[in-house]
Design a protein. Structure first.
Length: 151
């Protein structure tokens, strides 16, 4: 497996606020006036069970704005883009609402996989720049790919 870097070209992390209230919380996600916002396509939730990995997927047009709203999820990106300063490198980060509540914005062209770390069901929100289009993304099965998920 290749080198894991602290920062990757095409990945932006934005710290977010959680506002505690008497009856519950308000968890910020994304505002149209933020620099990392491009446009709205759709928003969807995805779950991953503890110890399970979903991936590898590479979007060719979609910008993903990813937030973990329940549990803890480890995201791993691999950069195989020609001309990228981080080509051949990996980026890994664990996000959760209780420890590291941030929005991860990923530009198109990066391979992504994610693993459920928290107990039971872990849930993330993706606010994407385009409506889902199966023709826009590429996939590689985990066990059949030269890209490896770091443990």
């Amino acid at each position: 497996m290749g080198e894991i870097v602290e920062q990757m070209q095409g990945i932006t992390l934005t710290p977010l606020k959680i506002i505690e209230g008497d009856a519950g919380k308000v968890m910020h996600a994304l505002k149209a006036n933020e620099e990392s916002f491009s446009e709205f396509g759709e928003a969807y939730f995805s779950t991953v069970e503890q110890g399970k990995i979903k991936g590898w997927k590479k979007h060719t047009k979609m910008i993903s704005n990813l937030l973990v709203v329940q549990g803890e999820v480890q995201f791993v990106f691999y950069d195989d883009r020609e001309g990228s300063a981080t080509k051949g490198k990996y980026f890994s980060i664990k996000l959760s609402p209780s420890v590291n509540y941030q929005r991860l914005t990923a530009e198109p062209g990066l391979w992504m996989a994610f693993k459920g770390i928290g107990e039971g069901e872990n849930m993330l929100l993706n606010v994407s720049s385009i409506v889902h289009d199966p023709e826009e993304a590429m996939s590689k099965p985990l066990g059949e790919s030269e890209i490896k998920f770091p443990e």
